[in-house]
Structures are given as structure tokens and as C-alpha cells.
Design a protein around this ligand. Sequence first.
Ligand SMILES: NC(=O)c1ccc[n+]([C@@H]2O[C@H](COP(=O)([O-])OP(=O)(O)OC[C@H]3O[C@@H](n4cnc5c(N)ncnc54)[C@H](O)[C@@H]3O)[C@@H](O)[C@H]2O)c1
Ligand SMILES: [Zn+2]
Ligand SMILES: [Zn+2]
Length: 381
Amino acid sequence: MKAMTYRGPYKVRAESKPEPKIEHPNDAIVRVELAAICGSDLHLYHGMMPDTRVGHTFGHEFIGRVEQVGGSVQNLKVGDRVMVPFNIYCGSCYFCARGLFSNCHNVNPNATAIGGIYGYSHSTGGYDGGQAELVRVPFADVGPGIIPDDIPDEDALLLTDAFSTGYFGAQLADIAEGDTAVVFGAGPVGLAAARSCWLMGAGRVIVVDHLDYRLRKAQEFALAETVAFSQVGDIVRELKNMTGGLGADVAVDAVGAEADGHVMQHVTSAKLKLQGGSPVALNWAIDSVRKGGTVSVMGAYGPMFSAVRFGDAMNKGLTLRMNQAPVKRQWPRLFEHIRAGHLRPSELITHRIPLDHIAEGYHIFSSKLDDIIKPVIVPAA
Ligand SMILES: NC(=O)c1ccc[n+]([C@@H]2O[C@H](COP(=O)([O-])OP(=O)(O)OC[C@H]3O[C@@H](n4cnc5c(N)ncnc54)[C@H](O)[C@@H]3O)[C@@H](O)[C@H]2O)c1
Ligand SMILES: [Zn+2]
Ligand SMILES: [Zn+2]
């Protein structure tokens, strides 16, 4: 079969690979119809993620058709069209029982913090991902859901990661009615978070980025006020000025480890690998919320120490909430919002790319060319 494979930092290509096989009675094999590239894939592409092996296939945001099922699979049959959450999880361990699907204890022998993720290096279990014609889906009775007839394919696709993650980011922010929310990052996750803040009752939503085309999207898609951090001297002061001097009530970090905006943080993380990511956006979030406010962290950080302004967070009495999103938990509410016409996640998709051109897709997305927001790979194209 054809699949995206990793060759080294900034090098990926589509090539032939053996077809995945059923390895356990609760596995399914899914023929991928649509697979997105996520901002998280860029951390792999840039060589930031430990134990990303040559030949690994990325892709943790995909939908497709069930091609084969193992002997114990009961909830899926051949021919079903499924949306597959990015988390791989057993559904029955201590953590899964508490809805912490992204922290499953049974799927990743290489770490105790994070569970399994498709196509996300051996640090998250070494499972091949969905940027391919076929993918093995472990615990087929647990993660995948049948795509409801009234949910369009591209909306379902974005519910397998980016949109559910943004929605979860807004949920963790604990928004009270009328709150002012600041979202750092106008990528797919930040745009979804900003839009979701309104659904949680926010009275004001401000999005911060430095890419004008993404800030324009934040105005159109998320009906947000926007600030380009590159255009203001001090983004924290600017946000305080915009919020009556006290700061926003809540903030969402939808940027993560590869944040721009601070040269030393960039050098010590991306270049020297002295910290598990540059916490520029997180520090701005901590500094720009009011005392007693909440910071929700969706941006991904590596396992190592990061230079976070923890003392400020402590002394301001902030609540910090975070996790990899347990995406299936968000689906029932998001289905209702889509059905009611409140949301159309697919409006974030800007590029549809054949699998053969995946190298170009990664390059455009990584370099933020061609006004790209969300690229989708179409294996059958
Ligand atoms: N927690 C989860 O479950 C989960 C799921 C999906 C993605 N993520 C993470 O969320 C983050 C965003 O993902 P995405 O797909 O939207 O990525 P993306 O790369 O498309 O978007 C990131 C945006 O942040 C902007 N940015 C850079 N530095 C900034 C700063 N200092 N302040 C404000 N904005 C800044 C960039 O210009 C870009 O528009 C990534 O770290 C990704 O790994 C986490
Ligand atoms: Zn992702
Ligand atoms: Zn589990």
C-alpha cells in the first residue's frame, strides 16, 4: 500500500509499505478516506519529538471504511464508515474508566504520562498512523465511532482531533457567562477553541497570533477580536489595556512547544534542546489573565522541563488545566452543535492534497504558505 513515511527532519514522502494486518482479535483494518495533517505532526516533522523512527507513518486525524475486523470485534463490521479519535485506548483501565482516554495505562509501554496516539512516534506507542491507504486500528470496539448519516465527512474528520481539541480547550477554561477569553494561536486548534468559547458563554473572545491571514480567519470563523503580537510592543500590556487593566478571565494556549515571539526561548528549546518546548505563549497566557483566572493548555509540550512562569501562576492564584484531548468525550455535544447549525468545523479546511503530494503538503503547512490553515490528505485522489 501507499503511505506517508518519515525519512528524517523536514523529510517525508509517500512510498510503498506492507499492508497492515490484524495483530489482535480486537483490531480492525480501516481504508482511509480522508486524513488531516495536524499542527502536532509538525513537531514530528521538525524532529522535535523523541524516538521518531525512519519509516514511521504519521497521521492521527482520519476517517475511513472498515475493511477487515478481528475475531472479537463486536461494534464494527466490514463496510462501516468510521471516525477514529487520535487517542488509542483500552477503555477499561483505571484512567479510561474515568474518561481520561488520552492517559490510558495499557497502550504505551514507553511512557507513563501519555497513552497511545496514532502515528506519533514510539514515544506514544509506535503505532503507524492514518496518512496512508490502510491503517490498523487497535481496540476497534473502543475508540472508533460510526459516522452519523447527518454529519458531513469533513466535519467528522475534524472531530477526530483539531475541533474536539479546541472545544476541550474551551471546556477546561471553565468559562462563566460573560467572561473574557484570550486564545493564543490561530491555527485549527485555536480557531476551534475561540469559536467554542462563545458556546460556553463567553462575552468576549480575543485571538492572538502573528499571521495576518489566520487572524482574519479568527475574525470570520470565530467572530473574535484579534491582536497580532508582532505589531504591539508588549502583548501582555496590550491585553491588559484591552481588559480594563485587570486581564482576561481565562486564556487558552493553542500554540505549544514551537511558539514564536522570544528568541532565547526558541534557541534553548528548538536549537539546544535544553527545554521541552518554548513556553512563550503559555507565559503570555499566565501573565495576561487576571488574578484567580484559569489557563487551559492545549498546545503540546515535550516531557522535559520548560521555563514556565510558575511563580507568577502560583502568586496570582491561577488554575492551570491541561491534557491531550480525550476526543470521543466531546463528540455527542459537537454532533448536536453541527446538527443545529452552530458549527461547521470543515470551514477550517483550506487544502485537499493527494497522498502522492504529501511532502509538498508538509512543506506548505510547516512554512505557513498559501494561506494554509488545515490540510487534508485524500489517499484515493
Ligand atoms: N492537547 C491536544 O490534544 C492537542 C491536539 C491537537 C493539537 N495540539 C497542539 O495544539 C497546538 C496547535 O495546533 P494547530 O494544529 O492549531 O497548529 P498550528 O501550527 O497550525 O497553529 C499554531 C499557531 O500558533 C501561532 N503562534 C506561534 N507562536 C505564537 C505565540 N507566541 N502566540 C500566539 N500564537 C503563536 C502560529 O503562528 C500558528 O498560527 C500544537 O502545539 C499542537 O501540537 C494538542
Ligand atoms: Zn493532532
Ligand atoms: Zn485504558
